[in-house]
Structures are given as structure tokens and as C-alpha cells.
Design a protein around this ligand. Structure first.
Ligand code: GDP
Length: 297
């Protein structure tokens, strides 16, 4: 994963030194953990998260299981792998699907985070699994957002519900759910409006939509290239709106993406998907264990 390549390189370098040693002293472990700490901080992982993370590993790594092991270096790496997996959420978390269709999903996030693109990608993926999604164009503020969703819908051959930009987002969201019931769409994905920054208007509007359509999923789309802002934005959205899952986009980018690793720890919300490119199939379910494996090599 490109955004984690710097971090991955540093961690792998640290661990290759450990692997080479037959026995490990407490000092060896301390040195390695200092390097881990620095690598995480340099990758822009939230400092509080780093502190707790390293403390946990330290506690486990200076214990019996490491020093009595025949391969102590491997043992330390195994601990880091397990803790990194836990940090990112443990096991994969799937979408909440309603037993009574339609399942309603709200896509929320700041402008440019990738909401519209992710709405299309998600609809595409669900359709491949045999579902009949309906996309709803409730971003009435950004010029061209409705058109963008319609173009995506045409490309994917997935219906898009729109009432143009003269109707309120609440009205559109409600209309889309009604439309889905009549036309047999079992999933409604509502592309909501973002803003450049979080503000009261945005939150009020999203709360109104939430109250009206009672979504089963509120997926927060976060640009992983925005560093600590990604973490702050997630925290704020979750506190003000209640988020059921996070989609980290642009993990294919080349900026330091360590902040993204803190999102779960800071907000408690599971990361459900990762966006890994601009193409419509570039969305992957987020597997914390596989991601940890990729980072640690
Ligand atoms: P919105 O304002 O939140 O609806 O954002 P858009 O869906 O319009 O996306 C903004 C830009 O980010 C577009 O140019 C997308 O192609 C791009 N984008 C979205 N997701 C990804 C991703 O996972 N990787 C990359 N490289 N670009 C992405």
C-alpha cells in the first residue's frame, strides 16, 4: 500500500536486524521499540496512539514468551503484528444489512474525500454480489456532483435517483427510499453533500437526513492523504452524527498515511473499506490483519 511504504520500509529494516540475532537482550528489544516508535511518528500516526501502542508491545516483548523463545526476533515481530492488527480494528467488519429491504446507506464526509466515487464503487461491488443498488444524488451544492453520479451510474449501469439541485437533500433521500421500495432496489446509497470544513450547516443537514431515512449504515469517507486532519474529521463526524463505519480513500497515494492507522483507535469506528485508486473497481474490504501483514512485510 503506497501510503504506508515509508513506514513499512523502516519497520522491516528494524525487524531484519532483530531476526538476525539468536538471543535478544532487553536492550535489543528497547532499541527496536525506539525505532518502531520513531517510524510510527514519522509516518504521522497520532502520538497518543503511538505511545499506547509501544507501551503494549514493550509489556509483552520483555516477557517470558520472548526470552524463552528459540526465535526471539520472530516472537517480537509476531507481537507487533498482532498489536498492529488490533490497532486497526482486529477482524474485518462487514456492512450492516437490513433484513427488511431496502438497506439504506448514507455516504458522508468532506468535499473531495471521495464520497461520490466511493458511492459508485460500493454500488458496483454490491451489484456483483447480486444486490440491486440504487444511487441517490443528494449533493445539491457542489456543482456537477449530481452529473458526476449520473455519469458513474451510466458507466456501471446502475440507476441513479435525482431530483436535480432545487430540492432539499432530505426530500431527495426520502424520495430515493420510496423509489427503491417500488422498484425493488434492495440497497440505497445516498451520496450526501460535503463542505470544505465541518460546520453546523453540514451537520444539521446530515442529521436531518439521518432522522428521516434512519440509515442502517453511515459510512464516513476519509481521505487518508490528509494526515492528522483525517483523524480529527473522523472524531468530529462520529461525535456529531454517529458513524457506523469508515472508508479510507486514496491509500494508493504517496503521502505519509500513518494518520489513517489511528482512525480506529481514536474514534472506535471500524474501517470497513479502503479506496485504492480512481477506477471503479478500486475498493477493497479493509482487513486489519492483511494490512498489518503488508506493512510488516
Ligand atoms: P467527493 O467530493 O467526496 O464526492 O469526492 P469525489 O468522489 O469527487 O473524489 C474526489 C477525487 O478523489 C476524484 O478525483 C476521485 O477520482 C479521487 N479519488 C476518490 N477515491 C480515490 C482513491 O481511492 N484513490 C485515488 N487515487 N483517488 C481517489
Amino acid at each position: 500500500m503506497a501510503v504506508f511504504s515509508g513506514l513499512a520500509e523502516k519497520l522491516q529494516n528494524t525487524f531484519s536486524k532483530l531476526k538476525g540475532k539468536g538471543k535478544l537482550s532487553e536492550a535489543d528489544v528497547k532499541t527496536a521499540l525506539r525505532e518502531v516508535r520513531l517510524a510510527l511518528l514519522e509516518a504521522d500516526v497520532n502520538y497518543k496512539v503511538v505511545k499506547e501502542f509501544v507501551a503494549k508491545i514493550q509489556e509483552r516483548a520483555v516477557g517470558e514468551e520472548v526470552f524463552h523463545s528459540l526465535t526471539p526476533g520472530q516472537q517480537v515481530i509476531k507481537i507487533v503484528n498482532e498489536e498492529l492488527t488490533t490497532l486497526m480494528g482486529g477482524s474485518q467488519t462487514g456492512l450492516n444489512m437490513s433484513s427488511k429491504p431496502p438497506t439504506v446507506m448514507m455516504m458522508v464526509g468532506l468535499q473531495g474525500a471521495g464520497k461520490t466515487t466511493t458511492s459508485g464503487k460500493l454500488a458496483n461491488q454490491l451489484r456483483k454480489k447480486g444486490r440491486r443498488p440504487l444511487l441517490a444524488a443528494a449533493d445539491v451544492y457542489r456543482p456537477a456532483a449530481i452529473k458526476q453520479l449520473q455519469v458513474l451510474g451510466e458507466q456501471l449501469e446502475i440507476p441513479v435517483y435525482s431530483l436535480g439541485d432545487k430540492n432539499s437533500p432530505v426530500h431527495i433521500a426520502k424520495g430515493a427510499v420510496e423509489h427503491a421500495k417500488i422498484h425493488g432496489n434492495d440497497t440505497v446509497i445516498i451520496d450526501t453533500a460535503g463542505r470544505l470544513h465541518i460546520n453546523a450547516d453540514l451537520m444539521n443537514e446530515l442529521r436531518d437526513i439521518k432522522e428521516t431515512v434512519q440509515p442502517h449504515e453511515i459510512l464516513l469517507v476519509v481521505d487518508s492523504m490528509t494526515g492528522q486532519d483525517a483523524v480529527n474529521v473522523s472524531k468530529e463526524f462520529n461525535e456529531q452524527l454517529g458513524v457506523t463505519g469508515v472508508v479510507l480513500t486514496k491509500l494508493d497515494g504517496d503521502t505519509r498515511g500513518g494518520a489513517a492507522l489511528s482512525v480506529k483507535a481514536v474514534t472506535g469506528c471500524p474501517i470497513k473499506y479502503a479506496g485504492v485508486g480512481e477506477k471503479l473497481d478500486a475498493l477493497e474490504p479493509f482487513h486489519p490483519d492483511r494490512m498489518a501483514g503488508r506493512i510488516l512485510g
